[in-house]
Design a protein around this ligand. Structure first.
Ligand code: IMP
Ligand code: MG
Length: 196
């Protein structure tokens, strides 16, 4: 009888063979992500206890982070999405286009705005300005990753998973030209993948 495959809980620390031509290194492992997301959820839960919380998440990059974050939020909440895209194939951000508008009422409620990565700050600033017009009681921002050295707008997030250096990263929801979102870790994309 063949030995059953035992699912491993060990963190992947080496780039899987399939990806070695494209991904230079794993920057944040699956286990590190899981631990940090649990900590963020604990902080959010403490700060919003007893509040009327609406989680507003930016599509598409937050897909994995959001799913992991909210499953650890043991509190009532509503969830909605804003679609925003900088319509670019490459790694430099350009003009923002809204692809999905918010549907839930946020007036007088507490909003937690979730994004995958805070880079130049243009996305967060633009979305924050739009949300403020809807008169929520309070807006707090939560990002998985922060690249402070790239900032062009004066904006900070209230909850930050990890500060990272100025490298283009993919995985755990983050893409390059819509690929790599399914990787369970955050990896550094080889520059030759986008320098061509
Ligand atoms: P910002 O508007 O320049 O702050 O950029 C934020 C958006 O750019 C994020 O929501 C991401 O979609 C994208 N982005 C910025 N840096 C990276 C990266 O290293 N990998 C993947 N996407 C990134
Ligand atoms: Mg994005």
């Amino acid at each position: 009888m063949p030995t059953p495959r035992i699912p491993t809980l060990l963190p992947v620390t080496r780039v899987p063979v399939r990806l070695r031509k494209e991904v230079a290194a794993i920057l944040i492992t699956r286990a590190q992500l899981a631990r940090r997301v649990r900590e963020l959820a604990r902080d959010v839960q403490r700060d919003f206890a007893g509040r009327d919380l609406v989680v507003v998440s930016l599509l598409n990059g937050t897909v994995m982070f959001l799913a992991d974050l909210i499953r650890h939020l043991n509190m009532p909440l509503r969830l909605d999405f804003i679609g925003v895209s900088s319509y670019r194939e490459g790694t430099a951000s350009r003009e923002l286009v809204f692809t999905k508008e918010l549907r839930l009422e946020v007036k007088g409620r507490d909003v937690l705005l979730v994004d995958d990565i805070l880079d130049t700050g243009k996305t967060l600033c633009t979305v924050l300005a739009k949300l403020r017009e809807l008169k929520p009681r309070e807006i707090k921002t939560c990002v998985l990753l922060d690249k402070p050295s790239r900032r062009e707008q004066d904006v900070q997030a209230d909850y930050v998973g990890f500060e990272i250096p100025d490298m283009f990263v993919v995985g755990y929801g983050l893409d390059y030209a819509e690929r790599y979102r399914n990787l369970p870790f955050v990896g550094v994309l080889k520059p030759e993948m986008y320098r061509s």
